[in-house]
Design a protein around this ligand. Sequence first.
Ligand SMILES: Cc1ncc(COP(=O)(O)O)c(C=O)c1O
Length: 419
Amino acid sequence: MQLSKFGEKFAGSSGISGLMEDLGTALVEDPTLLFMGGGNPGRIDSVQAVFAARLAAIAADGDQRHELLGVYQAPQGDRGFREEMARFLNREYGWSVGPENISLANGSQSAFFLLYNLFAGEAADGSTRQIHLPLSPEYVGYRDIGLSDNFFSATRPRIERLDGGLFKYHVDFDALTLADSVAALCVSRPSNPTGNVVSDVELAELDRLAKARGIPLIIDGAYGQPFPALIDETATAFWNDNCVLMLSLSKLGLPGVRSGVVVARPEIALAFSRANTVLNLAIGSLGPRLLRGTLDDGSLLQLCRQQIQPYYREHRDLALRAVEAGRGDLPVWIHKPEGAFFLWLWCEGLPIDSYTLYERLKGRGVIVLPGNDFFIGSGDDWPHSRECLRISYAGDRQTIEAGIALIMDELHKTYATQP
Ligand SMILES: Cc1ncc(COP(=O)(O)O)c(C=O)c1O
């Protein structure tokens, strides 16, 4: 088949889609693999039961069922839900937003595709503009999202070594230079893949830089506030009308629903929803319908605090203990886990590339993600970018314990055969 340039880029199997297919195939071929690779949220049956009960109630009511199944949403999405969301953000954080600040999306991944390409790529004057990642490694799902080449620029982090074999990335403001071609800044907070949380002070400085340049600061809150808020309690939720906050229902346990929320000043929210109408015609109704009322009555936040956050805290601690138990004297550092549901290991001086490590681990029955692909725009000629591994601790306890034991054992073998 003869593909367009667009087709070559988006239908090709290079990069992350190749890796994802590889993960999928590995699982089909061997369902006993210990899967610690994807971004799937954990299975929390009590949370699913809450959403299932809501779904059953909607399905049982003729009018609500018709609203859910039989009606195209308005371009910005369910107005009632957007009003409720705006009330909620006013009440919780004192942000001055109305429904005109909110656009709904069919998952935040597709929202990123549109939003990034609204700002970056070929500009009207023929120049090329970039999304700048002030702290890369960043979410691998951004990597192939640009409609044009040279889509991202990035700044490597400053690394701080901490006690207890931990380390932490910081935004390296000394190295952060913004070319004139930068169209927007973006950080995931908390970060996928590292579990890092850009601090309040760092975020305020990024906001200042963005405002000074007249470009937006995009905050990817897929794991952050207000829901599911898998984030260090000391981090403050942040938004102003120069920010675009991207939210997702996925990490609440609803990735199958494909629902996301964009919070932005009205001009951006409208631009987004117009582009989204071209792509999707309308927004799916299920996410907003499932959540309707749960922001007003506080039950969604309660579900996060009482069920979802404790689940991930417990799994994080289990994963940390497992790495610590198996680490011995290896130069393996754990990024301080401040949010999301990943441990990010830095295997300093790793004698092999993290892809090779990934292959070896797959051969031994455990799937993780090699770190290389996350260093968007920052990896070339940086040994650190080939020494990292992302491990999801969203799965069950047995997977965490057995998987990490295997990973640590393989690391001991790998370092022992150092030439
Ligand atoms: C940081 C981050 N942003 C965005 C997404 C996209 O999520 P979704 O499209 O399910 O809303 C993910 C998914 O894993 C993610 O980890």
